[in-house]
Design a protein around this ligand. Structure first.
Ligand SMILES: [Zn+2]
Length: 310
């Protein structure tokens, strides 16, 4: 099966033509913050026309369009429910009609983190497992769940996809979702500059001369044996591991897949989360396996074929 795949994030949109578990061709466009999705759709259509010409794969050879959106979506109606300050016009758009008019293809809309888990299940680190949670560490933190091979939805499509918003700290930081002390508020790229600058003796760290701090800078400083950077990373690891235990207790997985750019340093992350989870989670049936994701930013694109086959 061939398909058109769209991965729409907060600051990028990637368009790809995929065939089974391979990306045949893809192109990413930079998106200005909080852009209008309506204004972006013609650019997406043009990109697919270019990819179609370049690969000599006409749209009629494709089974459909898989659209991964960075927000809550109603998969039955094919509409966006809530966008958390990105693409505010998305809930008003009829994306299925857009796909019919642009490509004469059906469209399946899905939350991007759910699509990434489908991709890892189909072609990546989660092959062979049917009970999985995935945590993705990016600007925010995604957490999705699959139980007995099925993605979890719930009445309002929120079940299993708000793992980054499990509260783990009373009197913690205010989260972008409105809650206090979420995993995302206590250890994500968006909260890291604030966490670092308020860390005791932060001025002793080389990071204090770094400008805006992200996990790449933090981990580089850890590898240079910066003591404060190590303390901050240890804090983040503990937040993530605590969130992982909440996911284990909620969804009963046999596998936790960890994704996001920070997993380029999986050697500093996977062993800690694995041992912490297996020391503290209540799993009398055995041990939860913890693995790094394999597909990186391609995961949600490779969720296209499984989502269109459903
Ligand atoms: Zn939150």
């Amino acid at each position: 099966m061939k398909a058109l795949a769209i991965d729409l994030g907060g600051s990028h949109v990637t368009c790809a033509i995929v065939e089974e578990d391979k990306i045949v061709a893809s192109e990413s466009l930079h998106v200005e913050k909080a852009a209008s999705l309506k204004d972006l759709l013609p650019n997406i259509s043009e990109t697919f026309i270019k990819l179609s010409n370049h690969t000599s794969i006409p749209f009629k050879e494709c089974a459909g369009v898989a659209f991964g959106f960075c927000g809550l979506v109603d998969v039955r109606q094919g509409t966006v429910i809530s966008t958390n300050a990105k693409y505010a016009d998305a809930p008003t758009l009829d994306l299925e009609s857009w796909a019919t008019e642009s490509f004469s293809l059906p469209l399946k809309l899905e939350n991007d983190a759910r699509l990434a888990l489908l991709g890892e299940h189909y072609a990546g680190a989660a092959r062979g497992f049917d009970d999985i949670v995935m945590m993705t560490f990016g600007t925010g933190i995604g957490g999705v769940a699959m139980i007995e091979g099925k993605l979890l939805y719930g009445k309002h499509y929120q079940a299993g996809c708000l793992g980054g918003h499990f509260p783990i700290k009373l009197n913690g930081r205010r989260c972008s979702c409105g809650n206090i002390g979420c995993v995302e508020a206590e250890a994500s790229t968006s909260s890291l500059p604030d966490i670092a600058s308020s860390w005791p003796n932060f001025q002793e760290s080389s990071l204090s001369r770094e400008g805006k701090i992200d996990f790449a800078k933090l981990i580089a400083a850890v590898r240079e044996e910066d003591k404060i950077a190590r303390e901050i990373l240890d804090h983040c690891l503990l937040v993530w591991a605590t969130g992982a235990i909440a996911l284990v207790h909620a969804y009963d997985p046999e596998l936790i897949v960890l994704g996001g750019g920070v997993m380029q340093s999986a050697d500093l992350i996977v062993p800690f989360i694995s041992s912490y989870v297996n020391e503290h989670a209540w799993t009398p049936w055995g041990k939860v396996e913890v693995r790094a994701a394999e597909l990186g930013t391609n995961a949600s694109l490779l969720g296209a074929v499984p989502v269109l086959k459903r």
